[in-house]
Design a protein around this ligand. Sequence first.
Ligand SMILES: C[S@@+](CC[C@H](N)C(=O)[O-])C[C@H]1O[C@@H](n2cnc3c(N)ncnc32)[C@H](O)[C@@H]1O
Length: 206
Amino acid sequence: MQIEAVKTAYRRYARIYDAVFGPVLQPGRRALLERLELKPGERVLEVGVGTGLSLPLYPRSVRITGIDVSREMLEKARERVARRRLENVDALVEMDAEHMSFPDATFDKVVAMYVVSVVARPGKLIEELHRVCKPRGEIFIVNHFRSDNRFIGAVEKALAGFSSHLGFHPDFDLREVLPDYQAGDVSRVNLFQKVVRLRNGVSHKL
Ligand SMILES: C[S@@+](CC[C@H](N)C(=O)[O-])C[C@H]1O[C@@H](n2cnc3c(N)ncnc32)[C@H](O)[C@@H]1O
């Protein structure tokens, strides 16, 4: 989706996002957090942080920076941080994850939850995630990917025409952005969601 379409979609979603996408996507958020294996003092970047539904899940001993292109979604995230007194959240910044202003090798772990199927250029996003991650750091992605099941795949394909209204691509194929990913990089959360774990500094051809 082009960035203006993303901003329009999530400006509309912001007020109802937690009710619509909160519980249904929470198993994926939790599964990703478990796989992060965070150590005290680590710096984490979460791109497309949205309303910050994942933020209370992080241990208080790590430092988190969140970015998003939607001012309205970020506003909700800021309210959550204040309400829950999440002092481990360093900053919530309006920024495009395809063009980040962070220097190279800033973060120990970089996280993208339900974002790769939303951005205009997923390949560029993955490139940026690698750039801002420290050498030997890790990148974690949780998303809905195109199903191997024929029936579900057909439904996803039919819904794909409504992507700009839905705010994401329901038939997103992981191989489009990571053609040479290894089976060991991917673990299933449930029928619809998978977590991808990539070590930085290891070639993932784009
Ligand atoms: C489906 S929501 C996921 C929000 C959150 N990660 C969650 O787990 O609920 C996608 C989010 O990605 C943001 N987004 C889309 N394109 C982006 C970009 N290029 N840079 C930063 N954020 C982006 C949207 O504004 C939206 O908040």
